[in-house]
Design a protein. Structure first.
Length: 183
């Protein structure tokens, strides 16, 4: 409980501190500065983007699609999509592994009988569950990552299903971000 409470407090504090930087107004006010920095430091800009995307998304802030809008705004549709897919996949794998190694044994032991049918269903058709959850957009990505990490789903299956099933939505966000830069 202490780890969970600490995690929640850190997430809330980061959200309060960083929320002003994740607005359309901020992007529009700083568009020229951001773009000139990107032109002068392309590799560093991409590494910073991926790092911030992964960190903020992995701590549970609802950021993946906002960051993908930003990537389209900053890098263009196709490069924005590429960097977003890479960052999204790293974020998903990291969150999955954190949930698996910090909480899975506790949850599986405590709710063994309740989770038995769920684990069997995920073994049979886990890919289809993943595709549905990712495409539906009803469940936040952080929750999906944590929930799958608590099960016995294989990491490779989870990673491929996550990356491929979010590709259409990430493309829509990246192309929308490109349009946002021209408005």
């Amino acid at each position: 409980w202490i780890k969970l409470f600490g995690f929640i407090i850190i997430s809330i504090l980061l959200f309060i501190v960083l929320r002003n930087y994740f607005t359309i107004e901020f992007l529009q006010q700083h568009q020229e500065n951001l773009y000139s920095y990107y032109l002068n430091h392309k590799v560093l800009s991409v590494l910073i983007y991926i790092s911030v995307f992964v960190i903020t998304s992995t701590i549970g802030l609802p950021a993946p699609y906002l960051f993908t809008l930003f990537s389209g705004f900053m890098f263009g549709t196709w490069f924005g999509l590429l960097w977003s897919v890479i960052a999204f996949t790293i974020h998903c794998v990291l969150t999955f592994l954190l949930a698996r190694y910090l909480l899975r044994d506790f949850v599986q032991k405590r709710f063994k009988d309740t989770l038995k049918p769920l684990n069997k269903g995920l073994e049979k058709s886990g890919v289809f569950y993943m595709i549905f959850l990712r495409a539906s957009l009803f469940t936040p990505t952080f929750w999906i990552n944590c929930a799958c990490g608590l099960t016995y789903m294989k990491l490779a299956v989870y990673t491929v299903a996550s990356a491929l099933s979010t590709l259409p939505m990430l493309y829509i966000c990246a192309s929308s971000g490109k349009l946002l830069g021209s408005i």
